[in-house]
Ligand binder design. Structure first.
Ligand SMILES: Nc1ncnc2c1ncn2[C@@H]1O[C@H](COP(=O)(O)OP(=O)(O)OP(=O)(O)O)[C@@H](O)[C@H]1O
Ligand SMILES: Nc1ccn([C@@H]2O[C@H](COP(=O)(O)O)[C@@H](O)[C@H]2O)c(=O)n1
Ligand SMILES: [Mg+2]
Length: 230
C-alpha cells in the first residue's frame, strides 16, 4: 500500500474524470490551530468548518470525552487536565487518528495541537503528515483571562488556578513550537484580540486557497493513508 503523502493545496480542487466521476485522492490536508487558552480556536474553527469543509478536531475536547468515558486512561487524563498539564502524545494521537478515520474527510483542523515538542515529534513520526500551515491566534493575556472566566461552559479547568497553569504551559512549551513553524515559513499569525467577525475576516484570507470550487470533487481516502485500524 502506498502511504506516501504529498499534501498540497494545489490538489484541493481536483477536476472530475472524463466520465464525470471523482478521482480517489490519497492526500490529507492538516492545519494545526494554536493560540493561548481562550484565544478563540474553537470559535473560529466552527466558522472555518462552515465555509471551507474541514473537519474540526479539538484535542482538548477529545481528551475530555475520553476522560469521561470510563477508559483506563480516564483518571490520568482528568488529573492532568485539571493541572493544565500536557497529556502524553501517544494517548492524544491515538484519539486523533481514530477521529480522523471516523470522519471520512481528508481536510482537518487540528485544534490545540501540537502543544509541545513531544506532541510535534510524535505526530510527525506516527502520522507522517506535514501540516499545510499553523494558524496562530495571538491575543493579549488579560483578554484571554477575561474570556475564560466568562466562558461558562462547565469546563473544570476554567478556574483561575488552572488558568494560570495553562498560561505557563503555553508560554514554556507551546511558544517554542510556534517559533519552530515560523522558522519553516509555516506560521499564519492572526490578531485574535478583535471581535469574532473581524478575526474571521482575517482567517478567511489565510484559508482562501482551500475554497472548494463548483463542479470539482474529492473522494477521501483517509483510511488508505492512515491505515484501516485504530
Ligand atoms: N474574538 C473574540 N472576542 C470576544 N470573545 C471571544 C472571541 N472569540 C472567542 N470568544 C469567547 O471566548 C471564549 C473562549 O473561546 P474559545 O472556546 O473559542 O477559545 P479556545 O481557544 O478554544 O479556548 P481553549 O484553549 O480553552 O479551548 C468563549 O466564551 C468565546 O465565546
Ligand atoms: N494536545 C493537547 C491538547 C490539550 N491537552 C489538555 O487538554 C487541556 C484543554 O485543552 P484545550 O485545547 O481545550 O484548551 C489542556 O490544558 C491540556 O491539559 C493536552 O494535554 N494535549
Ligand atoms: Mg477550545
Amino acid at each position: 500500500m502506498d502511504t506516501t503523502l504529498e499534501s498540497s493545496a494545489a490538489v484541493l480542487d481536483t477536476p472530475k474524470d472524463a466520465d464525470g466521476s471523482c478521482p480517489t485522492d490519497k492526500k490529507i490536508t492538516v492545519v494545526f490551530v494554536l493560540g493561548g487558552p481562550g484565544s478563540g480556536k474553537g470559535t473560529q474553527c466552527a466558522n472555518i468548518v462552515e465555509h471551507f469543509g474541514f473537519t474540526h478536531l479539538s484535542t482538548g475536547d477529545l481528551l475530555r470525552a475520553e476522560s469521561k468515558s470510563g477508559s483506563p486512561n480516564g483518571i490520568m487524563i482528568r488529573d492532568m487536565m485539571n493541572e493544565g498539564k500536557i497529556v502524553p502524545s501517544e494517548v492524544t494521537i491515538k484519539l486523533l487518528r481514530k477521529a480522523m478515520l471516523e470522519s471520512g474527510n481528508d481536510k482537518f483542523l487540528i485544534d490545540g495541537f501540537p502543544r509541545n515538542e513531544e506532541n510535534r515529534a510524535a505526530f510527525e513520526n506516527i502520522m507522517k503528515i506535514e501540516p499545510e500551515f499553523v494558524l496562530y491566534f495571538d491575543c493579549p493575556v488579560e483578554e484571554l483571562e477575561r474570556r475564560l472566566l466568562n466562558r461558562n461552559q462547565g469546563r473544570d479547568d476554567d478556574n483561575i488556578g488552572t488558568i494560570q497553569k495553562r498560561f505557563k504551559v503555553f508560554i514554556e512549551s507551546t511558544l517554542p513550537i510556534l517559533e519552530y513553524y515560523n522558522s519553516k515559513g509555516k506560521l499564519r499569525k492572526i490578531d485574535a484580540g478583535k471581535p469574532v467577525d473581524e478575526v474571521f475576516e482575517d482567517v478567511k484570507a489565510v484559508l482562501s486557497p482551500f475554497a472548494v470550487e463548483a463542479n470539482t470533487c474529492r473522494k477521501s481516502n483517509v483510511s488508505m493513508v492512515l491505515g484501516l485500524e485504530y
